[in-house]
Design a binder for this molecule. Structure first.
Ligand SMILES: [Zn+2]
Ligand SMILES: [Zn+2]
Length: 353
């Protein structure tokens, strides 16, 4: 199957909730950066009337639904106001599914920076089921966690690349645990608000939408080219998200467009989010647009590594294979690409297994 890469930014707040940009302003920023799509998710308000094409950026409207300070849920394609379900996470997940929508657990683990004085908003309802996946990497949530004092506030506001490292280890570990139970797909978000903070002696907008659109993006592999019809093109985005045909790219360390992760068996190719039955050894192939430190993870364990722009690996074992790529900046390895798994089974499960 031919797949087409679409690069976009997910988890954005507008003036409908606590963001500072209008739909038009935010779309303009996405246009300037060259993003293919945006998914707007205001707090407990669905502004679906603003969805549409804004020049060459497809703007989709979801919602971040939640009670106070726990269990933030990113709702996509429910096409309805979901805030009335905010108090009960499972009821919310069920209501979204009943409307054919998708849902991702937002910033499931947070660390509060002592200086930012904002509450940690964690996902606590881990007994729920039926959600599509989780927001593995939330740029603003991570950024705020490193603001421990006025000096770091100022330093990191001026040089955010010094702060950012990647998804938290506990979020990655939780994802691997969930992958052991069922397919759970990852997306990246920026939690873009473009709010002005006082950072030490400076009053500074942290950060503009334009800045954020060059940080943590979600790259989707859609099954057909776009044709300019809003419903058709939006459906391709939703389909890719539902199937996990996605990887997260932190563009500040180098553009990630062109990354690929595939499995090949007997001439058949599989990619992100796919499941196949192994009839013997198969080959996994990672390709990067630039050199990086590649880690191939199977069921939570690293099974192969390379400092290269490519990695081949002959495999036999079943499980969820996923890829992480790091790059060095200012003396530290930092997260660059996090890709959804390819799932491999070695035999069909019989009834009762
Ligand atoms: Zn949130
Ligand atoms: Zn948010």
């Amino acid at each position: 199957m031919n797949l087409y890469e679409r690069v976009g930014n997910i988890h954005i707040h507008t003036t409908y909730s606590d963001g500072t940009g209008t739909f038009e302003e935010i779309a303009q920023a996405a246009n300037e950066v060259g993003l293919d799509y945006l998914i707007i998710t205001d707090h407990n308000v669905y502004a679906g009337q603003h969805a549409g094409w804004y020049r060459h950026t497809l703007v989709l409207v979801g919602e971040e639904v939640h009670p106070n300070n726990i269990n933030h849920y990113l709702v996509i394609n429910a096409q309805d106001e979901m805030a009335p379900y905010a108090q009960n996470a499972q009821a919310l997940i069920n209501a979204v599914r009943a409307r054919g929508g998708l849902g991702f657990l937002a910033h499931p683990f947070e660390h509060s920076g002592a200086y930012a004085r904002e509450p940690e908003i964690n996902w606590l309802a881990w007994d729920v089921h039926g959600y599509t996946g989780l927001e593995l990497w939330n740029y603003m949530s991570e950024f705020k966690s490193y603001i421990s004092d006025p000096l770091h506030a100022l330093l990191y506001a001026l040089f955010p690349k010094l702060a950012i490292r990647g998804p938290y280890p506990e979020t990655l570990a939780k994802w691997d645990e969930l992958l052991g139970q069922r397919p759970t797909f990852a997306i990246g978000g920026t939690d873009a608000h473009a709010i002005t903070y006082r950072m030490g002696p400076l009053k500074r907008q942290v950060f503009s939408y334009r800045h954020l659109f060059r940080t943590v993006n979600t790259h989707l592999l859609v099954s057909e080219p776009w044709n300019g019809n809003f419903d058709h093109d939006a459906q391709l985005i939703y389909e890719a998200l539902a199937k996990g045909r996605a990887f997260i790219g932190y563009e500040a360390l180098g553009e990630t467009r062109g990354f690929s992760f595939t499995a090949e068996q007997g001439g058949e190719l599989y990619t992100l989010g796919d499941t196949f039955l192994a009839r013997g050894p198969f080959t996994l192939h990672v390709r990067l647009p630039k050199k990086g430190h590649i880690r191939l993870i199977l069921n939570g364990f690293c099974v192969a590594e390379a400092k290269s722009n490519e990695l081949y690996y002959q495999a036999k074992a079943p499980g969820a294979y996923r890829v992480e790529v790091y790059r060095s900046f200012a003396g530290k390895l930092r997260g660059w690409i996090f890709a959804n798994p390819i799932f491999v089974h070695t035999r069909r499960r019989g009834k009762g297994n």
